[in-house]
Write a protein that binds this ligand. Sequence first.
Ligand SMILES: [Fe+2]
Ligand SMILES: [Fe+2]
Length: 241
Amino acid sequence: MNDTRDLFPGKSGKPRHPETERAIFFSMSERRNTLVDDCIEQIDQAVRTLFGKPIGSGRDNPAQVIEDAELTATEKAESMCLMRVNHTGEVCAQALYQGQALTARRKDVREQMEQAASEENDHLAWCRQRIEELGGHTSLLNPLWYSGSFTIGAITGLLGDKWSLGFLAETEDQVVKHLDGHLQRLPGGDNKSQTIVQQMKADEAKHKATALHSGGAELPEPVKRLMTLLSRVMTITAYRL
Ligand SMILES: [Fe+2]
Ligand SMILES: [Fe+2]
């Protein structure tokens, strides 16, 4: 078997002392991202979220095994608008998680946010696929919502993990209620959209529970009301544009 010392010789070509090798190994494996690395990663994430193929958790679209039902033109249009709102909600969620993961202090919190962000990417991909199947397009205002949500995420991350997690828990709670409303509004025959929204709702409830379990604080009422107001503006505009 090859000795790793053969792979990483010193300048003289002689094998390094094992302690030196260990120090090099750890300094390489523990290398933290520079500001430039972070900026490139964030730009990549934003472009993937808005225009490309987001990297998800690897789950299949739960609606892919469901037969597409016959929908009237009105039902199709309604489903398409609702799924566009849900897609924009996922753009916001992705941006929030990315912003918070960037500024989160605890490693376990950062990792949880990255895991949740990959599940939000599943939702993004499923919503987009459904919108395309229904013959629609994603919201034109998504870049605006992404940048706003990213900024809010980064700021709450800077306030500390307790508030950042509390903000996440409240966001997910509001999303669950919003998805409940969509399950009522989606045409009864649109089983594909219903299935996607059901799975999203289950995931968002799990994200909320994880955030609370990790120490998320209860947000003050005025903050909750402001969040509700902002999400109303998002849902109204994404439904139309
Ligand atoms: Fe989501
Ligand atoms: Fe979520």
